[in-house]
Design a protein around this ligand. Sequence first.
Ligand code: PEP
Ligand code: MG
Length: 601
Amino acid sequence: MSEKTTGQPALPSRVGKVQKKNPASPAGLPAEDAYRGIGASRGIAIGTSYAFEKEQYDHEAKTLEPEEIDGEIERFVVALHRSEKELKKIERVTTRKLGKGYANLFEAQIMLLHDPVLTESISGRIREEQKTAALVIDEEFGRYLEQFRNSDDQYFQERACDFRDIKERIIRNLHIRKLHSWIPEGTIVISEHLSPADVILLSRSNVKGFVTDTGGQTSHISLICKSLNIPMVVGLGNFSQTVESGKQIIIDGTTGTVVINPSEKTIEHYNRKRDDELQSEADASLTAEQPAYTRCGVRISFYSNIDFKEELAAIKTTGSEGVGLFRTENLFIDGTKVPRESEQLNYYREMAETIAPMPLVVRLFDIGGDKLLYSPVREPNPNLGWRGIRILIDVPEILENQLRAVLRANTHGNIHILLPMITSIEQIRFIKERLEKLCNQITDETGLACEKPFVGAMIEVPAAVEIIEEITRCVDFVSIGTNDLTQYTIAVDRNNVIVQDLFDKFHPAIIRQLYRVISTAQKNRCPASICGDMASDRLTLPFLIGCGLRKFSVVSADIAKLKKMVSSITLAETELLAGECLELASAEKIKSRLENFLATL
Ligand code: PEP
Ligand code: MG
């Protein structure tokens, strides 16, 4: 096997690291190469690579003759119309495949095509500077792209992706070239970068999997692949430059592994793993709709984490008992406007009615940080900056609009409120006071008694764990966010590929905090649940049950397999397991203990 570096010069040991797998390849066969990136959408795909490259156009740097200017502006306007037509088509395909929530991504791009600041500036410059449309478009978009690209903020990276996609689309349409979205059926697509539109369009050719050099676990393309059930590995450095079309390739979207020229043995291994995964999913779905009990009869409940209302349909079929986390910041999907109270009211009301009497836990906007940009200033450490509850407290219009929408939508009494990024009791009191005031206001306005929903706190910052005694006496429930709790406890940015190997949920600091939160909540009779990605992991599930946890909120697709696992364990053995893990001082030992336990089932 050959050694390859795939990351930028300073990062090869962490990014796109190559692991030796099959150094002694049989004579005549190409050597097997294994790469590691970030698993962005689970599942195994085995097939043939297809190197997807977008067409590049050279921009003529010629000066236009005065009589050519009107024609050039006309070409630009036609290119805008053609781009809009394409985007509307992609929007329709997306609505059909994934629902309106995802389709809004493209609506935002269409809006940008109509942005007078941008379009007038481009037409103005063509006229004044006598430059070609392609050159001016490249320069105008280039200015934004430069700023976005230099940012390590996920929001800006997504915007860069949008801008780049629109720029390339308009320039291609200037050349009256048709969109290149046809690819051979059933391949595994490799690309330096893919936009959400590329993923949607390419997926029509029954793509088995996607691999990209850029992107993170929570980027839009990865959310789309998860919803489409297509395995994806991202963040592989310059992988696309090293692999051409027609190679045999395996991708494992759970572990982030990519293998090129796999040996017979490796193919056999992954075929077996894929069959096992599919079989256990099929077995699990047979019993998914039944309530889950451990072998000794303890009831365990599973709820769904959702980003858009379109995902509610899956709730009824996957054995979910309601929505344990609705990430409302997705209502800002175009990234610019705060949703109005009336828009939110309609959205929440429709959701609450659809699933009543099951609960709908509405988490107040967790904007800022690595999520949606809200701050008008560029923050040096956004994850430690103006995020979640901090913005809600500082900007009353945002908080009050959302609270009023929730209160008015709660006609079935099944909506609960969850507060993001809580670090103090004062923050909880602030929201509760506001809620009380708005509730009275709505009662006065409507003449009908407005019922206050339950209020819960996300436990996702170590400060909240430290004051968990007080928090659990002040709220109606707590929900543990292990994604952020891991980030803030180990001081590892959850979206930074350079340190992804340090983002370790088995770290004893996390394991012990989980026990502390769950046991304190139990003592104070405060219902506790978990909604971070850890809740979906079959390795950690027995530990969490052993700590006393009974409620899990996960992506709906994972519920069946987790319920199946619950039915094979007893409380006594999970308690023993939890006790042992709490004594261990290293993540490696904890993980290995959990693996041993799983192997006995
Ligand atoms: C978490 O932090 O674990 C969580 C569930 O919230 P989010 O991933 O939306 O930050
Ligand atoms: Mg969080």
